[in-house]
Design a protein around this ligand. Structure first.
Ligand code: ACO
Length: 439
């Protein structure tokens, strides 16, 4: 129905209604890189038609300067910097500053930013009672959704989204408090006392300390584990308009406060098709158990009548190797080697063999299914001592900066409006109410 109109202008396409012959010209907008977009904002007003794109496979929901993905080439950039460079040469605070403020910090800015974040690491003491309302066996993500949503009941001085200062304080609070909340969710589930944050430690060290230390004895933070944790945070920090980020933007478009918006993002992240996949990968590897059973599971993944999918494989955007998975695999080797547990941890070898077999299989080659970020992260997290149920909570800690950066970008956009998709209605029309209901 549409065809690019090369005669009139390079920057428009012509839409032709084949029934009436009527034509409309639609502007085309260029980004700095990546596919051009057809601007359909006036489409309904001019044609009386909507576009139909369930799953948003061809829809740009916003313009953004934060993150760029080239899924065919396997490229991920934040503010123009490649993820591989950021993971190698920066720490998570640098990346948070970059995502939130647009640039990597100089040393003065870094000191100030670290101070701004650490200043907010503690939770209102009253929130301890909030935790105690949960069952001990609650999933940490259930606790995270509830507690993060409840922040808006505790921090009234940073919920006015029209005030840039309040937005900034809320952003710092979110980044600072998420590790505290996640660690508390873990401590609560294992029946250990909560450990307060320590502002003399780095972001990753502090998180490990709050999670694994106990008051009864000294806890030595392994620099290897701290570095691996930091890298995991960097690799998960943002990923443009994924399901949870779009959820945050959609919730925020109505003017909801940032704590409520991030809670909605956490809920969306929880699903196994999104952030919940890291948990599912580990369960899958444990179920496969040994290399000789891999072909059986590969066959199941290919069987249309079997709902089983190879978890940690495939991505809506990447039709090539997810660059984060490459860094994660390298990190996985480092962690297992440095902890000296390579031999006791057969899952890494199993995962690598599964990857090798899948990548040689026609089904996965044709459908361009490659390992995604979740494929190796679970193995590192398990080696570090995290229970499987915490994996997605860690993802939420890391992604918070992306959510809040995207939320800020939306709120600051003078053109932003409430997000309100339309639909293709396929239901009944004009039914008469049965007589029995009319009396
Ligand atoms: N195993 C087997 N087949 C798969 C897989 C997989 N992991 N992923 C996709 N396919 C197949 C589908 O069956 C489909 O085949 P068809 O065209 O014959 O029907 C085709 O590949 C396309 O898959 P879709 O589900 O249409 O792709 P979509 O872009 O909607 O889904 C998703 C992407 C959800 C990530 C999917 O690949 C998947 O379920 N992967 C496993 C879960 C996972 O690892 N999620 C983490 C994503 S990364 C993240 O959120 C951090």
């Amino acid at each position: 129905m549409t065809n690019a109109n090369s005669e009139k202008s390079q920057n428009s396409v012509t839409l032709t209604d084949n029934q009436s012959g009527q034509q409309w010209e639609l502007p085309v907008i260029d980004g700095t890189v990546g596919p051009r977009v057809i601007d359909i904002r006036k489409l309904y007003g001019e044609t009386g038609m909507f576009t139909y794109d369930p799953g948003f496979t061809s829809t740009a929901s916003c313009d953004s300067e934060i993150t760029y993905i080239d899924g065919d080439k396997g490229i991920l950039m934040h503010r123009g910097y490649r993820i591989e460079d950021l993971a190698e040469h920066c720490d998570f605070m640098d990346v948070c500053h970059l995502l939130l403020n647009g640039d990597l910090p100089d040393s003065k800015q870094k000191t100030k930013f670290e101070h701004d974040i650490t200043y907010h690491t503690m939770l209102h003491e009253q929130m301890i009672y909030f935790f105690r309302g949960f069952r001990r066996d609650s999933h940490p993500m259930a606790v995270m959704v509830g507690v993060v949503g409840a922040l808006s009941a505790f921090y009234h001085d940073s919920t006015d989204i029209t005030d840039p200062h309040q937005r900034m304080v809320a952003s710092h609070r979110m980044i600072a408090k998420m590790p505290t909340i996640a660690a508390m969710a873990y401590k609560y589930s294992v029946g250990q006392p909560f450990v307060y944050p320590r502002n003399d430690l780095s972001y990753a060290e502090n998180f490990l300390n709050m999670t694994f230390s106990v008051p009864a004895e000294e806890y030595k933070i392994s620099p290897t584990l701290a570095r691996a944790m930091d890298r995991i945070f960097i690799l998960h920090a943002d990923h443009e308009q994924n399901a949870s980020t779009s959820t945050v933007r959609l919730a925020g478009s109505s003017g909801a406060n940032p704590f409520a918006c991030i809670a909605s993002g956490i809920a969306s992240l929880w699903g196994p098709a999104h952030g919940g996949a890291n948990e599912a990968v580990l369960r899958m590897l444990q179920e496969i158990g040994s290399k000789d059973r891999i072909p059986e599971f590969i066959e199941r993944a290919k069987d249309k009548n079997d709902p089983f999918r190879l978890m940690g494989f495939g991505h809506r955007v990447y039709k090539n190797y997810d660059p984060r998975a490459k860094v994660m695999q390298k990190s996985c080797h480092e962690v297992l080697d440095e902890l000296g547990i390579r031999k006791q941890e057969p899952l890494l070898d199993l995962a690598m063999e599964l990857e090798r077999i899948a990548l040689e299989d026609d089904f996965f080659v044709e459908k361009k299914l490659f390992p995604n970020v979740d494929f190796y992260s679970g193995i590192i997290l398990k080696a570090m001592g995290f229970p499987t149920s915490m994996f997605t909570a860690l993802f939420a800690v890391a992604r918070t900066v992306g959510w809040i950066a995207q939320w800020n970008e939306m709120v600051e956009d003078p053109n932003h409006r409430i997000s309100r998709p339309r639909q293709l209605y396929q239901g009944n029309t004009g039914r008469e109410l049965p007589e029995s209901f009319k009396s």
